[in-house]
Design a protein around this ligand. Structure first.
Ligand SMILES: *[C@@H]1O[C@H](CO)[C@@H](O)[C@H](O)[C@H]1NC(C)=O
Ligand SMILES: *[C@@H]1O[C@H](CO)[C@@H](O)[C@H](O)[C@H]1NC(C)=O
Length: 175
């Protein structure tokens, strides 16, 4: 890479000329960059339960916007920010494995314990919550889930409006 010192009083035209001149050099610098070492593609199956709690003293989902109208039923148009707890079993008292953070949806599922600690995958999909069984698209990941793609199969295990416990069966292709 070539560095060019630009004096503070240099005219805009001079700066533009320098930028044009540098463009191909930058292009080569990018192409010569180090590639991610990916290894073999793997398949991982994950199973956990998400606790979405809106009511009570310690909600994990908070409504941050809603339409200025009562015309929309079932909370259509509302926006929630979530930081839901993920557990090993359906009981909230079972071991916590991570959390799901986002703007319901998109949501990032991160693990805080075990083999996948510090890794996460991201879901960006429609989520037809009125259907007991539904499928969401996994669109990416980081850490152990680099370049993840896959599907998350959801089953509503408890619906105590407005709170819910959802079982997640996730199939991930990743590197
Ligand atoms: C909400 O809607 C009412 C009636 O249409 C309007 O008078 C009011 O200004 C709106 N409020 C906001 C914050 O947009
Ligand atoms: C999810 O995985 C669990 C544990 O492996 C299994 O018992 C359950 O039947 C699976 N559910 C679905 C919808 O595949």
């Amino acid at each position: 890479m070539t560095w060019v010192a630009v004096r503070p009083d240099a005219s805009l035209a001079a700066v533009l000329v320098i930028i044009l001149f540098l463009t191909p050099v930058e292009g080569y610098a990018v192409r010569a960059g180090r590639a991610l070492k990916l290894g073999k593609e793997k398949v991982t199956y994950l199973h956990f339960f998400l606790h979405d709690t809106i009511s009570g003293e310690n909600p994990t989902a908070v409504q941050v916007a809603n339409p200025n109208s009562t015309r929309f039923p079932f909370g259509f148009g509302s926006v929630f920010v979530i930081d839901d707890v993920l557990t090993e079993a359906v009981e909230r008292s079972s071991p916590v494995v991570g959390n799901a953070q986002g703007i319901d949806l998109p949501v990032d599922f991160a693990f805080t314990t075990g083999k996948y600690k510090g890794s996460s995958f991201s879901v960006m999909s429609r989520n037809p919550i009125t259907e007991t069984r539904r499928e969401l698209a996994v669109v990416g990941g980081r850490g152990k889930f680099r370049l993840a793609r896959g599907v998350a199969q959801l089953t509503t295990r408890l619906l105590k409006y407005p709170d819910a416990i959802i079982e997640y069966n996730v199939t991930l292709f990743h590197y």
